[in-house]
Design a protein around this ligand. Structure first.
Ligand code: FES
Ligand code: FE2
Length: 367
């Protein structure tokens, strides 16, 4: 990357600060730099612990182009590996399921659940071949709050340390007792940051979500930036920030919603947990290229509530809000390419979260 391209500064004082320069949202070389400096160095959510509940359970996935494999060992430890065979880069595992060992789909080398090479077919006669040197390459893998995380940086801070105050704020919600109700993926023609910026403010509610806005007082949001996350909440029960969360469902369950309230966490760089006393939704924003991203939405509810009509209604309500958000983000993405635009200013009252994100982003991109 041409270094001058990442040469921007976000003033620590929001009242003086300018937003991120527009080319950071469109430039392919910036996107490549982000993969290395941000996505290969931060803790990323890759799954739910229910996918690897028992010894032998595994799933495969892909993070910024890296094929990955996660498996619960016979000793109960969850481990992560690059899903790349040490012979000639075939696939040790595919999809998900349960296994006692992995057999590469190319020439049949087998690996244990701990990654060790068990057998290399017809390898007799190869000089100085040490099976110990051909174990699957491990990746940093940790679990927190029912979620599975990976960090491609072997030097990264432990997950819990990196999260600061988040566990203390989020763990009061009974996420552990909830089961996946529905998952939807939205393909968006915008940069991942365009979408994150939008999530981090309720400023757009009156214009973009008139239906939602009628139901709440968007001025009542509290936005609290922390070192690596932003917490948004409303002192008015049932209100929410600008994005897709199951309010209708919430309103139908007022009995349960008594004192816990709702918290909306965004965790740098690209995932969100929308927490209610009786449901939690997880959003992950996955960059595909500089101007395309996927938003993965998962809704979790206690199993006993899965058949309630309100559960389905809440997903549909979220879906409507999400469609409105994607609509505005795609227009903004096009406009960021306009020769007329480079940077804007922040509303001190409404855009503290966006400012905090841009500061975190700038810090990692300059390192
Ligand atoms: S590439 Fe895996 S056994 Fe050959
Ligand atoms: Fe929104």
């Amino acid at each position: 990357m041409d270094n001058s391209k990442a040469n921007f500064k976000i003033d620590a004082e929001i009242a003086r600060a300018w937003t991120l320069p527009a080319h950071l949202y469109t430039d392919a070389s910036i996107f490549l730099a982000e993969k290395e400096k941000i996505f290969a160095r931060t803790w990323q959510v890759v799954g739910h612990t229910s996918q690897v509940a028992n010894p032998g359970d595994y799933f495969t996935t892909n993070l910024i182009g890296e094929p990955l494999l996660f498996v619960r060992g016979m000793d109960g430890t969850l481990r992560g590996f690059y899903n790349v065979c040490r012979h000639r880069a075939g696939p040790p595992a595919e999809g998900c399921g349960s296994r006692k060992l992995f057999r590469c789909g190319y020439h049949g080398w087998t690996y244990g659940l701990d990654g060790a090479l068990i057998s290399a077919t017809e390898i007799e006669g190869v000089e100085d071949f040490c099976p110990e040197d051909f174990a699957l390459k491990p990746v940093r893998t940790e679990e927190w709050f029912n979620l599975v995380f990976v960090n491609l940086d072997p030097e990264a801070q432990a997950l819990r340390e990196s999260m600061g105050e988040l566990p203390q704020q989020a763990e009061k919600f009974p996420f552990a007792q909830m089961k996946l109700f529905e998952r939807r993926t939205y393909d968006m023609k915008c940069n991942w940051k365009t979408y994150v910026d939008n999530y981090l403010e309720g400023y757009h509610l009156p214009s973009v979500h008139p239906g939602l806005n009628r139901e709440l007082d968007y001025n009542a949001y509290v936005v609290e930036p922390y070192a690596r996350h932003v917490r948004q909440f409303s002192p008015i029960r049932g209100a929410q920030p600008g994005d897709a969360t199951p309010r209708r469902y919430q309103a139908a369950r007022e009995d349960l919603a008594s004192d816990l309230g709702a918290d909306y966490f965004w965790i740098f760089p690209n995932w969100m947990l929308n927490c209610y006393p009786d449901n939690v939704s997880l959003n992950i924003v996955l960059p595909v290229d500089a101007e395309r991203s996927l938003a993965i939405f998962e809704w979790y509810l206690p199993e006993k509530d899965h058949d309630a009509p309100a559960a389905k209604a809440s997903v549909e309500f979220s879906d409507q809000i999400q469609i409105e958000d994607v609509g505005i983000c795609e227009i903004v993405q096009k406009n960021l390419r306009s020769r007329s635009y480079s940077r804007g200013r922040y509303s001190v009252k409404q855009e503290k979260g966006v400012h905090a994100f841009h500061r975190m982003y700038g810090k990692l991109m300059r390192e």
